[in-house]
Ligand binder design. Structure first.
Ligand code: SAH
Ligand code: SF4
Length: 344
């Protein structure tokens, strides 16, 4: 069986021709799938009964199943999605105060090979890359289920997007063209795969870049992020400057505050200095404790002090609100918990 939501417009056109239908039927089909988020072939009212029957004989609409869904008291929804091969991925839908803004947090891989010491996904290792359609279908599936239109996408779920670079770029194209989400509303978060930062800066569809920094110097960073051994802070900084120059865009610097580890005043001052000549906003993320790791949440007063010191350097600093804490939908907690529960 073919899967309609895994086909490009051109492939749908070929399908229409194979079924002796005019080419424009494919455009109608495509609209139902990607613009109207149809839940079934039956509901595609402007297609003839005969055509729909012919399609149903050879194709299904989607092969992504919703295995589990949890809704937080703050409106955050966490989905466990299952692909055709039985592998699962978690995707989160977040509402912020501004009701018109709906952000999907998507995964780019199943598992992750980078092994950051504080991250639940990293602790589980790498399983496989997701295809571009598997990534785009995360958004489509939650739109279909919730009846809501996603307005923003962040690649901050499982996986290192820059280690799945080709599919990432194809997925960005699908999200932009098929799901009609503006390129400025798409953010890709990376732990710092330097050569890919250069590649992204040279690309023709450039999303917002978010860089997981998490430490103000090489020694501290190396302790928590193995990637620092491969691409060190000096190299990384050069690539960020290049990204600034090439695109003119501001970078988002993510900094997870690990209580007692990287949340001191000294770290804040050192970070200010490090970022002085980078055009960026800073997003501080109080750590969400994950049972597999030894790190802990920072104290509120340390978070405020850290923010205050950074603001002194003239940067815009935000503290990430914890979303969906009651359903473990926060960063670094994706994958595992629901799967563990389902297995037990
Ligand atoms: N691999 C990419 C994108 C996925 S992780 C990256 O590392 O950037 C998205 C963000 O969540 C990263 O900044 C990551 O460091 C952070 N994160 C991971 N575990 C976390 C946790 N337990 N608490 C808070 N943030 C976490
Ligand atoms: Fe991978 Fe990102 Fe987790 Fe590091 S923080 S292990 S790069 S998902």
């Amino acid at each position: 069986m073919k899967v309609l939501s895994n086909l490009t417009l051109e492939e749908l056109e070929n399908l229409a021709l194979e079924l002796n239908e005019p080419k424009f039927r494919a455009k109608q089909l495509h609209n139902w799938i990607w613009t109207k988020s149809a839940n079934s072939i039956e509901e595609m009212t402007d297609l003839s009964k005969v055509f729909k029957e012919k399609i149903k004989e050879i194709a299904v609409l989607s092969d992504v199943k919703i295995k589990n869904k949890q809704v937080s008291t703050d409106g955050t929804m966490k989905y466990l999605l299952e692909y055709g091969d039985g592998e699962c991925v978690e995707t989160v839908l977040m509402r912020f105060d501004n009701r018109a803004n709906l952000t999907a947090c998507v995964s780019s891989q199943i598992g992750c090979a980078c092994g950051c010491d504080f991250c639940a996904t990293g602790k589980r290792g790498f399983i496989r890359n997701l295809t571009a359609f598997e990534i785009a279908n995360q958004i489509l599936t939650i739109q279909k289920d919730s009846g809501l239109k996603v307005t923003n996408v962040v690649f901050m779920g499982q996986g290192e997007p820059f280690y799945n670079f080709e599919n990432l770029n194809k997925a960005i194209k699908l999200i932009n063209e098929y799901l009609q989400i503006g390129i400025r509303r798409i953010t890709v978060s990376t732990c710092g795969i330097v050569p890919r930062i250069y590649d992204m800066a040279k690309g023709d569809l450039i999303p917002t870049l978010a860089l997981s920094l998490h430490a103000p110097n090489h020694n501290l960073r190396e302790k928590i992020m193995p990637v620092e051994k491969k691409h060190n802070l000096d190299e990384l900084k050069k690539s960020l400057k290049y990204f600034n120059e090439q695109t003119g865009d501001r970078i988002t610097i993510e900094y997870v505050l690990l209580g007692g580890f990287n949340d001191t005043r000294e770290c804040a001052f050192e970070l200010s200095k490090l970022l002085k000549d980078i055009k960026c906003n800073i997003n501080l993320i109080p750590y969400n404790s994950v049972s597999e790791t030894k790190y802990k949440k920072p104290d509120k007063k340390d978070v405020m002090m850290f923010k205050y010191i950074l603001e002194g350097s003239g940067k815009k600093v935000t503290v990430r609100l914890e979303r969906g804490a009651d359903i473990d939908a926060a960063c670094g907690q994706l994958r595992g918990k629901i799967l563990d529960k389902l297995k037990s």
